[in-house]
Design a protein around this ligand. Structure first.
Ligand code: FES
Length: 157
């Protein structure tokens, strides 16, 4: 993110400290993560302690302090999903994408994450792709999900 881009975001929010969360959302939307340098610049421009910004940045799962891929794949590993085979689904995704949870593929297309219960246990095992819930997942289905996503991506390009 350039300094001018950050300035535009801050201006949009009238440099209001009370809009910190919305400002972080705009930064995340632009860069797909929250770069440290941007957070430091925000701290200086808004006169808000960096610790307060980091508190928000680490409290909400929507934010990431490391670069994310174009697509976020989240596997629920909570109890209900675990019992219904979340580990197998996670292994399938780790093999297919060649990453571990918390990592991004080398082509920056996918970031794989795990979460401990999304509150939709009736759908277990659950995978979330870019915010869309996909329940009663199995290994083959999760691969189709990725392939469908890859097809959609190639149609757009
Ligand atoms: S354990 Fe996966 S949604 Fe609750």
């Amino acid at each position: 993110m350039t300094g001018a881009q950050l300035e535009n975001i801050l201006k949009k929010h009238d440099y209001q400290k009370s809009s910190l969360l919305a400002i972080l959302q705009d930064v995340q939307a632009l860069d797909n993560y929250l770069p440290r340098k941007t957070l430091e610049a925000m701290s200086q421009r808004l006169q808000v302690p960096l610790t307060q910004i980091y508190y928000l940045a680490t409290f909400y799962r929507a934010f990431s302090l490391t670069p994310r891929g174009d697509h976020l794949v989240t596997v629920c590993t909570g109890t209900a999903c675990h019992v219904k085979g979340a580990a197998t689904i996670l292994n399938t995704l780790e093999r297919e994408l060649a990453v571990q949870p918390g990592e991004t593929t080398s082509d920056k297309k996918y970031t794989l994450e795990t979460v401990n219960c999304l509150g939709s246990c009736a759908l277990a095992p659950l995978v979330v792709l870019d915010g869309h819930y996909h329940g009663r997942m199995v290994g083959t289905k999760v691969l189709s999900l990725l392939k469908g996503d890859k097809k959609d991506a190639s149609k757009k390009s």
